[in-house]
Design a protein around this ligand. Structure first.
Ligand code: G3P
Ligand code: MG
Length: 406
C-alpha cells in the first residue's frame, strides 16, 4: 500500500509562514502608493537578513478591473513581480457562480470593465445598467447617456430578458441609476424590467463583492463604499415591501472569501517552494545535488542522501495521525507526494477593523492580524475588532512578523 507523504523540506530558503495584504489603506491610498510598501515587498522577496523568501498574497475588497491589470499595476508601483494568481479582489470568488446563472446584471466600475471581467470568468450573458439605460432612457430620469457611455452599451430588449442574478462587482459610478434599476429588478416578476411582482419573492438574487461601509482614499476622511450602497438598497426595499432584503455577500470578512484565500495561498506557496527545489532525473550526473529525483516512471522522489538529516511528516489518513519519521526509515517504495502542510502562521495586514481584522481573527487561529495606521483606522481610537498587533505602516508590520518568526 502506498502512503501519502507530506514534505516539510526547504524551509531554510522559503518561509513556512506567509503574508496576506489588504490593498487600500495598506499598499495604496487612492491613486498614491504608500511609500513604506515598496521596502516591505523587498523584505519578502528575500532581501532580509535571513535571506529567506516569504510567500504572500493580496486580498482586497476592491475590484473593477481584471486581476491581471491589478497585478501589473502593483508590480510597477512596488518594484517586484506580482502575478494575477496572488490577487483576490472582492469579485474574484464570484467565478464560482458561473454555472449557476445564465443572465446576470453586473453593476459598478467604469464603462465595460466589469462586464469584461465577468465574461473572462466565464459568465455567458452579462448585462450592465448602461445597457438598460440605452434600452429605455426613461428608466432613470435626469441622466442622459454620454457618448462614452453609449459606446459601452449593447442593444438588448430587457422586456424579454430574465435577469437571474445581480452581481455588484465594484463601486457604483451612478448611485441614482444603479439603485433605480437594482430595485426595479428586485421587485419584478422573474427579473424582467417593467414588471412588478405581487409577492416580491420572485426577483433575482443579489450579490455584493464586499460590504465595506467606508474605505480610505486620498481624501482626509473615509468615503462611503459598497456597504453603504447595500444599506441604502436594503432600506429602500424595506420601505417599499415591508420585508428584509436577502443579500449574498463576498469579500472580507466573509468565510467564503477566507476559504478562497486559503486555496490561493496554498497554491502560491507550493509554487514558490517548487521554484526553489532542484529537480533532476535519477540518471543525471548531478543527481546527488537535487532535492527531488525523478525516476524512470516519472515519479518524484525526495533525494534521501541530500536530506537524510531532515524529517518529513507522514500523514496516515486511515488513522488520522501525523507522525514524524527520519527519512532513512522511510521505504523507498513509498510514493512521495509533494504536499505542503498549511502555513505555520499567516500574517494578515489590514487597515479596517470591521473587515480586515474581523476576517483574520474569525476563521483560523493560525492567522495573526496586524492593524496599520495608514488607512481607515485612526490612531487613538479603539478598534471594534482587536488586532494581535498594531503598527504604523506595512513596513513595520513585515519587520515585526519576520522578527517574531526568527
Ligand atoms: O472599494 C474598495 C475598498 O472598499 C477596500 O479595499 O483593499 O481596503 O480591501 P481594501
Ligand atoms: Mg483597506
Amino acid at each position: 500500500i502506498k502512503r501519502k507523504r507530506k514534505t516539510v523540506i526547504d524551509h531554510e530558503r522559503v518561509a513556512s509562514y506567509a503574508f496576506c495584504f489588504d490593498i487600500d489603506g495598506v499598499i495604496l491610498r487612492g491613486p498614491n502608493t504608500i511609500p513604506e510598501a515598496v521596502e516591505a515587498m523587498k523584505l519578502l522577496n528575500g532581501e532580509n537578513k535571513y535571506n529567506i523568501k516569504v510567500p504572500s498574497i493580496f486580498v482586497t475588497n476592491g475590484g473593477g478591473k481584471p486581476e491581471s491589470v491589478r497585478a501589473a499595476d502593483l508590480s510597477k508601483r512596488l518594484g517586484v513581480t506580482i502575478t494575477p494568481d496572488q490577487i483576490i479582489q472582492g469579485h474574484t470568488p464570484m467565478k464560482d457562480l458561473v454555472d449557476i446563472y445564465d443572465n446576470v446584471l453586473v453593476v459598478g466600475g467604469l464603462g465595460n470593465v466589469c462586464r469584461n471581467v465577468a465574461e473572462s470568468y466565464g459568465f455567458k450573458n452579462v448585462y450592465t445598467p448602461l445597457d438598460v439605460l440605452k434600452w429605455n432612457p426613461a428608466v432613470s430620469p435626469y441622466h442622459d447617456l454620454t457618448e462614452e457611455e453609449l459606446a459601452c452599451c449593447r442593444d438588448v430588449d430587457f422586456s424579454k430578458v430574465h435577469i437571474d442574478a445581480i452581481l455588484v462587482f465594484a463601486d457604483s459610478r451612478n448611485w441614482a441609476a444603479d439603485q433605480q434599476i437594482i430595485l426595479e429588478l428586485l421587485l419584478s416578476q422573474n427579473g424582467v424590467m417593467g414588471t412588478v411582482s405581487k409577492t416580491f419573492d420572485e426577483g433575482p438574487e443579489i450579490y455584493f463583492a464586499h460590504s465595506d461601509f467606508i474605505w480610505a482614499t486620498n481624501y482626509k476622511l473615509s468615503r462611503y463604499g459598497m456597504g453603504a450602497l447595500q444599506v441604502s438598497i436594503a432600506a429602500l426595499y424595506r420601505e417599499h415591501t415591508g420585508k428584509e432584503l436577502k443579500v449574498n455577500r463576498f469579500g472580507k470578512p466573509q468565510k467564503g472569501t477566507f476559504k478562497f484565500a486559503n486555496k490561493v495561498l496554498t497554491k502560491w506557496r507550493k509554487g514558490v517552494l517548487d521554484e526553489h527545489l532542484k529537480k533532476l532525473s535519477i540518471n543525471d550526473p548531478n543527481a546527488k545535488d537535487a532535492d527531488i529525483l525523478i525516476n524512470e516512471a516519472g515519479e518524484e522522489i525526495i533525494n534521501q542522501e541530500k536530506l537524510d538529516s531532515g524529517h518529513y511528516d507522514s500523514d496516515d489518513s486511515d488513522e488520522g495521525l501525523t507522525v514524524k519519521e527520519p527519512l532513512a526509515e522511510v521505504s523507498q517504495r513509498d510514493q512521495i507526494t509533494l504536499e505542503l502542510p498549511p502555513a505555520s502562521t499567516v500574517y494578515f495586514v489590514g487597515d479596517t477593523p470591521e473587515s480586515d481584522i474581523r476576517f483574520a481573527n474569525s476563521h483560523d487561529v493560525s492567522w495573526h492580524s496586524i492593524l496599520v495606521k495608514t488607512g481607515v483606522y485612526q490612531d487613538g481610537t479603539v478598534p471594534k475588532y482587536k488586532p494581535k498587533h498594531i503598527c504604523n505602516n506595512v513596513l513595520e508590520a513585515v519587520e515585526y512578523a519576520i522578527e517574531r518568526e526568527h
